[in-house]
Design a protein around this ligand. Structure first.
Ligand code: SF4
Length: 445
């Protein structure tokens, strides 16, 4: 069944806002004691008191139960705006509501529908972060998710003159993201391991560890050890989100640790090539990333490498080149062993592709359309990849994507210039050198 048929015949009859991710999927940040389902809606706090008697409250919070109730009634939870915006582009638009529901058996969807909303639900897919330790400080990240970003703010102070960033991502070091110091007892981490040992390892289909950079967290290695020592006890597939910013020796250590595990997937972020990629993702060595992807695939220790492209204003210039690189990987290692998703950045909104002037945005759209036209029948591209490309082309199309009222362009352009001017100074970078095609527009901001 294709994506649209699935939406029309399976999801919409339950309700036009039903999404299985609200029941079966969660992202949980144990450092800050927060969660959300799926990863798009803003995070909310987990009640630490509830955890004392019920570690499953890491996922089944009062807010999620309320959102489930809304979805069953056909109402749209406000936090899921990412999907509503895409669905409102046209009656046949496919949002993540479809992709994130389609991964579960249809029986699970009707079970969700029939479960009383006050009842806890067992997770099927979980993304978990132990802490924010990370050696990168990407431009679209912030101190809540990267200890290197924390250092930038602590060493250089707040970014000045940002007026559109209502969430103040770049003005403080986000102490709430790390409630407990290194070595201190963290009740959220304790609850997770308790839940894992008693229950979760039996019901969870996929456990994805994110960060920070998870390979820099001792808890990640603790879980890998658990899997090694308890083979056959759990059917949970393990997935790791890694920036792959390591020397080959360190990566070999990881490869050795997971070699005997039956199913490990590797997720990694990238969306541009060479200098442009290194500009966007501060700390990256692009060639090292390419080499590490190959090392992983050649080692046969991972089932697949999933590349998550965060579509921001700066990646569009070299995104088609990057897609060619991915096609090359696919040809070398197999269609399913390397795959990608194109995830449109929303925050910080001044880094959105929508800040670009129409003539540049349209040019980038044409380049992507050209890539899509040439590759629409390429046997290495999967259906969801073609759909993601098409939805990005539509998103960049100024005719199809009118600016929303909330999109205050003068403020965003101010922040774009302010942010990258300071980013250049703090990180010893050069915007104009990295993006010569944007020079005229950027210099006039
Ligand atoms: S409706 Fe969209 S944003 Fe909400 S949980 Fe589902 S996939 Fe995520």
């Amino acid at each position: 069944m294709n994506d649209l048929e699935f939406r029309k015949t399976v999801l919409d009859p339950i309700s036009t806002s039903f999404c299985a991710a609200k029941w079966y999927n969660a992202t949980i940040w144990l450092g800050s004691g927060q969660t959300t389902s799926c990863h798009h809606p803003p995070a909310h706090a987990i009640d630490v008191e509830d955890l004392k008697i019920n570690p499953a409250a890491l996922h089944n919070t009062a807010q999620k139960k309320d959102d489930r109730k809304k979805m069953l009634a056909g109402d749209r939870p406000a936090g899921c705006e990412y999907c509503w915006k895409i669905e409102d582009m046209g009656k046949d638009s496919i949002s993540d509501r479809v992709y994130k529901s389609k991964i579960y058996p249809i029986k699970d969807l009707s079970d969700a529908y029939n479960t009383p909303v006050e009842q806890d639900v067992n997770l099927r897919t979980l993304e978990i972060a132990f802490d924010r330790t990370c050696q990168f400080a990407c431009s679209y990240c912030n101190p809540a998710f990267s200890s290197t970003w924390v250092k930038d703010i602590r060493n250089n102070g707040a970014y000045q003159g940002l007026i559109s960033d209502g969430r103040n991502h770049f003005t403080h070091d986000h102490p709430a993201a790390q409630l407990y110091k290194f070595g201190e007892q963290n009740p959220y981490v304790d609850a997770f391991f308790k839940w894992w040992e008693t229950d979760l390892h039996r019901t969870l289909q996929e456990l994805r560890i994110t960060g920070g950079e998870p390979l820099m967290s001792g808890h990640t290695w603790q879980l890998i050890e658990w899997f090694k020592n308890n083979q056959g006890k759990s059917q949970t597939k393990l997935a790791i989100n890694s920036n792959l910013g390591f020397e080959p020796e360190k990566l070999e250590e990881f490869i050795d640790a997971i070699r005997t595990l039956p199913h490990v997937d590797l997720y990694t972020s990238m969306e541009a090539v060479d200098t442009q990629a290194e500009y966007i993702r501060d700390g990256l060595d692009y060639q090292q990333w390419v080499d590490n992807v190959q090392l992983l695939l050649e080692s046969d220790s991972v089932k697949a490498v999933h590349v998550m492209c965060t579509i921001n204003a700066l990646c569009l210039d070299s995104l088609p080149n990057f897609l060619h690189q991915l096609l090359e990987f696919k040809q070398m290692y197999g269609r399913e062993r390397v795959n990608f998703t194109l995830n449109i950045l929303r925050f910080p909104s001044f880094q959105s592709p929508l800040v670009l002037p129409d003539h540049i945005r349209n040019k980038y759209k044409d380049n992507l359309q050209d890539f899509l036209t040439r590759n629409i029948n390429n046997p290495y591209l999967q259906e969801h990849e073609v759909n993601h490309l098409q939805r990005l082309v539509d998103y960049l199309d100024i005719v199809k994507t009118p600016h929303s009222d909330a999109f205050d362009m003068p403020k965003l352009l101010n922040d774009f210039r302010q942010f990258y001017t300071q980013y250049d100074q703090r990180r010893s970078k050069d915007f104009v050198k990295a993006f010569p095609k944007l020079k005229e527009w950027y210099s006039a901001l």
